[in-house]
Design a protein around this ligand. Structure first.
Ligand SMILES: [Zn+2]
Length: 408
C-alpha cells in the first residue's frame, strides 16, 4: 500500500503494514468465548491472553445486525451512516420501508476508502442481505456465502467461489453458512493476500443455543481453527460482534412477549399508533421477528407523554424515550425513528400484534437481542496494543481504529 493513512467519517486510519482481517461474529455474547475457552475448544483464542488484546466494547442500540455491521465498516454510529434497523416508517409514503438498499447509506465505508487508494479489499458475509451495503462503492471482492455459487467477476470481483472454498454452498439456516465465511477468508488470504478483509457471520447458532452448550462450543471451536490459520498466514485479526444474545423466556422456556401494538390499540383504538420492529427481515424463522427494541409512531390524537407512561407500565419494559432523547443517547438518525423508542428488559421481547408473529418456526426456546442488555460485545485482537487511552468507552465500531492505530 502506498498511502500513509486515510480519513473516513472524521477519523484517520493508518494503512495496514500487514494483512488485516476484521471479523464480526454475529450474536457473539462474550460468554460464548469464555465457555469455549473453558471447555478447551478454543486454544488459539485462549493463547491470546498472553500475546493479544481483549477489550469489552459496546455495540450500537438497537443491538441488531445491520446497524452494527454498518457502524463497524464506517467507524461511525447510525446518526452518521443512517442505517438504524431493517425497517423504518416513511410518513410521506405511508409505508414501511426496508433499509437494506444502499441508497439509505449516508456515509462511505473504511473498506471503500482503502480500496480507492489501491488497497486490495475483500468482504465475505454469510447472508446476502448485507452484501450490497457492505460493498457499497467498493472495488474488490465482495460476496455472500448464501449466493456464493452465483458470484461473478463483474458483480463480485470473483468467481468459482464454492470450488475455491472446497465446500458446498450451505443452507441459509445453518452453522455451515458461517463456516463458509471463515473457510473463504482463509482461502482468500492464501491466494489473493488482501490488505484489508471483513468477514461477517450469521447468528443462527447463537439464536438456538446458550453459551457452553455443545453446538455452541462446536461453533467456536470451528471459528478458533480458522482464526488460527489466518494468524499463521501473518494477518492481524480483530474480532468483535454486532450484538450479544440472551434467552427471552420465563423459567419454563416460554417466550416473554409484550405485544405492544395490541396494548396501544386497546388504549387508543386501532390505527392511531404504529409499532415498527426494526428486527423484522426476510429471515425470521429463528427469532419470529421478536427483539428487544421497538419504535412507535403516534397519530396527532395520541399524546406522547400519555403513551410513554402507558408503555412504561407494561411488565418487561426497560426504557421508553422520546425520539430526541433516544437519538441523542443511542446516536440514531432522527428522521428514521418514531415518536417513541422502547427497549425491553433482558428476558423480554417486543412484538406488534399476537396474530402477526409466526412462532411455529421456533424449535428451541426464544433467544434474541435488540436491547441494551445485548450491548456488551468482545473486541479481541491477536496482537498487543500500545498506549490504549485510559478510560475510553470502546465501541464495536472502533475495530478498525484499534487494528490500525493501536495494535503493534
Ligand atoms: Zn446479528
Amino acid at each position: 500500500m502506498n498511502s500513509a493513512s486515510i480519513a473516513v467519517n472524521g477519523r484517520t486510519y493508518r494503512s495496514p503494514d500487514r494483512p488485516l482481517v476484521v471479523v464480526c461474529v454475529d450474536g457473539c455474547e462474550p460468554e460464548y468465548i469464555n465457555q469455549a475457552i473453558g471447555s478447551g475448544r478454543a486454544p488459539f483464542i485462549a493463547a491470546l491472553r498472553e500475546k493479544g488484546t481483549c477489550l469489552t466494547a459496546d455495540c450500537v442500540v438497537p443491538s441488531f445486525t445491520n446497524p452494527n455491521n454498518l457502524s463497524i465498516v464506517t467507524g461511525a454510529p447510525p446518526s452518521v451512516h443512517g442505517i438504524c434497523g431493517n425497517y423504518f416508517w416513511d410518513r410521506d409514503a405511508g409505508a414501511e420501508v426496508m433499509m437494506n438498499d444502499p441508497k439509505y447509506l449516508r456515509a462511505g465505508t473504511i473498506l471503500a476508502a482503502f480500496a480507492s487508494v489501491g488497497a486490495k479489499v475483500a468482504v465475505v458475509t454469510a447472508k446476502d442481505k448485507l452484501r450490497a451495503l457492505l460493498g457499497h462503492k467498493m472495488s474488490g471482492i465482495c460476496f455472500s456465502s448464501e449466493r456464493a455459487a452465483e458470484a461473478t467477476m463483474a458483480a463480485n470481483g470473483i468467481e468459482g467461489v464454492p470450488a475455491m472454498v472446497g465446500m458446498p454452498v450451505p443452507s441459509v439456516y445453518s452453522a455451515e453458512l458461517s463456516e463458509f465465511v471463515f473457510a473463504a477468508g482463509v482461502k482468500l488470504m492464501e491466494r489473493q493476500k488482501p490488505d484489508v478483509m471483513y468477514l461477517s457471520t450469521t447468528d443462527y447458532v447463537q439464536h438456538k443455543v446458550a453459551p457452553g452448550v455443545g453446538v455452541a462450543n462446536d461453533f467456536y471451536a470451528m471459528m478458533d481453527r480458522y482464526l488460527g490459520q489466518l494468524d499463521a498466514l501473518g494477518a492481524t485479526v480483530v474480532l468483535t460482534a454486532d450484538h450479544g444474545m440472551n434467552a427471552k423466556t420465563d423459567a419454563f422456556g416460554r417466550p416473554n412477549i409484550v405485544f405492544l401494538q395490541d396494548a396501544l390499540d386497546r388504549a387508543y383504538g386501532a390505527g392511531t399508533t404504529r409499532v415498527i420492529l426494526p428486527i423484522t427481515d426476510p429471515y425470521v424463522v429463528h427469532h419470529g421477528a421478536l427483539g428487544s427494541f421497538a419504535t412507535v409512531y403516534l397519530m396527532s390524537s395520541v399524546a406522547a407523554g400519555d403513551a410513554a407512561a402507558k408503555i412504561a407500565s407494561l411488565p418487561g419494559i426497560e426504557l421508553v424515550l422520546p425520539r430526541a432523547v433516544a437519538c441523542a443517547r443511542f446516536e440514531l438518525p432522527e428522521d428514521r425513528v418514531g415518536d417513541l423508542v422502547i427497549v425491553s428488559e433482558r428476558l423480554t421481547v417486543i412484538g406488534t400484534s399476537a396474530g402477526r408473529h409466526d412462532l411455529s418456526g421456533l424449535d428451541a426456546p426464544l433467544r434474541s437481542h435488540g436491547g441494551v442488555s445485548e450491548q456488551r460485545v468482545p473486541l479481541i485482537a491477536n496482537r498487543a496494543a500500545t498506549s490504549l487511552p485510559a478510560g475510553r468507552r470502546w465501541r464495536n465500531f472502533d475495530a478498525f481504529d484499534l487494528a490500525l492505530n493501536y495494535l503493534q
